[in-house]
Design a protein around this ligand. Structure first.
Ligand SMILES: [Zn+2]
Length: 641
């Protein structure tokens, strides 16, 4: 058993060296450093077991006892460490580009030698450890790999719901919307995607797949979310209602059963309904699966989720930066954060293939997480300047505004403009990442033969701040967080066009229900369908309301109308002329008293906002509490920090 201990020991040292260089070169946070160190135990165990087994096998074949004398032992230590070093190098070549320093390579060389020397010195002590301990570790490792290996691609195998209706409708392959038949409907939801980071009007864009989709779609240039983070926003997308109404806010509530998700109505009308989501905060446990025949969230996708979660958490440092997307996707099937786009696409394509074989039309929700923190796209989506950056921003931690210093910080480090720009660059890399995945998913819809007969809708639950208003991540009601992209491609495609009036994601329920031929159900939703000029459907809306949590009990609310926006919360009011100031930089509220035109604008918005505030006052949050596990999931995504 010597060789196992030997391997573990050398591996520990090498991994510690790797982490110390990594820690310096990309400034991983303390939490990630600890996870990485813990990962050292598993990482070195797996790798060295393999190397040790091979060396042991060779020794047995050659009938040699390589532990017999000191010289042999040293050579073997060197050989084993050299093999580990070579494999590690191959796996982590991208890190050398990133670290890019001769010092790093020297340090690794030194660690290699030190691991051999130290093992040689400490060997007598290690030999006294009972052989059962490394044997037990070997068993655990083997069992772990075997369990991990049992998870194949997802199969769509929904059970027929007993009470599903038998509404008459054409077979999906003959359905088009204009004939009043029942089209398939695909909703692609991209978490944390700012509308203004997508590029549609340029030849070279960072989102070629979405730009291509837009060429046969209607693009909504003034789409707004109802809230600033996933759970309340998605609850609005499903129920048409505001956070005060459905009660999903403040990070503690689940979507109550009493709320009517449009998916329940679709299901009852005979639609097959399925979802693939990578965000645990809208998992089954949080009540979001209402009405879905099949709901693939990180939990029910993987019965040994807890084990894999721990395993992948420990291995995170090894594969996070991945030039190895397949390996990365494997270890990210269940991760501390979320599933990567590659895995979501693989699952979504498998589910779409299954749905395509069904006789009934389907609704499929696909939810990508990648633009959400951590901004760590695979390196192939990075640009040279992203990799060449040498500063404190690593994409794992959000920057925080330090009022006293008047500057943003990551950890203890004050950020300059290039550091903030690096946040945006890493975020843009995630946009390339998720765009590529969407391209692959659309290709999957085409190969399943359902693309041309489906409505395909793309939107986001909210955006992200990169320093605007002293904010990072997502919260509050400002444009970077609330302005979201929205694309709709009808069956067969539409002439490329833009729609430049307000729409809001809470209009999606009525929109989808109308497409499914259920006009009455659509009319019963609280927000009307999104206008679709090509089909002559839907009426423009005049204004949009948004509400975001403000402290443990309050809300900040906004109303937007005619390119003016009024915000009101416990800290007072803000008025923005979004026509002249789209980024909401200059608060004009102080001028309302002295400017008659401004006053008229304010009064219009104020009376709208008062009516909204009054309407929302009657609802209380549901406040259903979370389990410790759900709390952990929220914390991992940064909501409870
Ligand atoms: Zn979100």
């Amino acid at each position: 058993m010597n060789w196992i201990l030997w391997g573990i020991f050398s591996g520990l040292l090498l991994r510690a060296g790797e982490l110390s260089v990594l820690g310096r070169s990309i400034r991983i946070g303390p939490g990630d450093f600890l996870i990485g160190l813990a990962g050292t135990v598993f990482g070195s165990l797996f790798l060295f077991l393999a190397i040790g087994l091979i060396l042991r096998g060779v020794a047995v074949l050659l009938k040699r006892d390589w532990f017999a004398n000191a010289g042999d032992r040293f050579l073997l230590a060197l050989l084993q460490a050299a093999l580990f070093f070579t494999i590690w190098w191959a796996l982590r070549a991208d890190l050398f580009t990133l670290a890019g320093s001769g010092t790093g390579k020297l340090l690794f060389g030194a660690m290699l030698l030190a691991s051999c020397a130290l093992f040689f010195v400490l060997r007598p002590a290690l030999e006294r450890i009972p052989a059962q301990i490394p044997a037990a570790l070997l068993l655990v490792a083997g069992a772990g790999l075997a369990m991990a290996g049992t998870f194949g691609p997802v199969r769509f195998a929904p059970e027929k719901t007993a009470d599903a209706g038998t509404v008459e409708g054409g077979a999906p392959d003959t359905v088009v919307a204009e004939t009043g038949g029942r089209p398939n409907i695909v909703l692609i939801l991209i978490d944390t995607l700012r509308g203004d980071r997508l590029q549609f009007d340029r030849k070279v864009t960072r989102n070629p797949s979405l730009a291509k989709l837009a060429r046969t779609s209607v693009r909504y240039t003034k789409a707004r979310s109802t809230n600033s983070w996933t759970a309340p926003s998605v609850a609005g997308i499903l129920t048409s209602r505001y956070p005060s109404q459905h009660g999903v806010h403040h990070g503690t509530a689940r979507l109550p059963e009493r709320e009517l998700s449009f998916v329940e109505t679709l299901q009852q009308s005979g639609y097959r309904t399925a979802a693939v989501t990578a965000n645990s905060v809208i998992g089954r446990d949080f009540g979001f699966a209402q009405g879905f025949d099949f709901y693939l969230d990180t939990k029910n996708a993987f019965p040994f989720g807890f084990f894999l979660d721990q395993l992948s958490r420990l291995w995170k440092m090894r594969f996070e930066k991945g030039s190895q997307p397949e390996v990365q996707a494997f270890f990210h099937r269940v991760t501390r954060y979320y599933q990567h786009a590659e895995q979501v696409t693989r699952n979504a394509r498998a589910v779409a293939d299954g749905l395509a074989e069904e006789a009934e039309p389907f609704f499929l929700l696909v939810h990508y997480m990648d633009p959400h923190r951590p901004y760590r796209a695979p390196l192939r989506y990075w640009r040279d300047e992203d990799a060449e950056y040498d500063g404190p921003v690593n994409g794992f931690e959000y920057m925080k505004y330090d009022e006293s210093a008047g500057a943003f910080r990551v950890g203890g480090v004050k950020l300059g403009p290039d550091d903030v720009a690096q946040f945006v660059r890493l975020y843009d890399a995630e946009i390339r990442h998720v765009d590529d995945a969407i391209g692959s998913f659309v290709a999957g819809l085409k190969s399943a033969g359902v693309f041309e007969e489906s409505y395909v809708m793309v939107t986001a639950d909210h955006g992200e701040y990169f320093g605007e208003h002293g904010l990072s991540a997502h919260s509050d009601v400002y444009a970077p967080c609330i302005d979201v992209p929205l694309l709709v491609r009808p069956p067969g495609g539409a002439a490329q066009s833009t729609y430049n009036e307000y729409v809001q994601t809470r209009q999606i329920p009525a929109t989808v229900l109308a497409w499914s031929g259920q006009g009455d159900a659509a009319a019963a939703m609280e927000a009307p369908p999104i206008p679709f000029p090509a089909l002559g459907t839907g009426e423009p809306i005049d204004h949009v309301f948004v509400e975001a949590e403000d402290g443990p009990t309050g809300f900040r609310r906004s109303v937007e109308r005619d390119d003016w926006k009024l915000i009101r919360g416990a800290n007072g009011q803000e008025l923005y002329d979004r026509g002249a100031d789209p980024g909401e930089v200059t608060n004009l509220f102080a001028l309302v008293e002295s400017d008659a035109a401004l006053q008229r604008t304010y009064q219009t918005l104020d009376s709208l906002l008062i009516s909204f505030e009054e309407a929302m006052r009657v609802f209380g949050g549901s406040g259903e509490s979370m389990t410790a596990e759900q709390e952990e999931a929220l914390r991992a995504l940064g909501y409870l920090d």
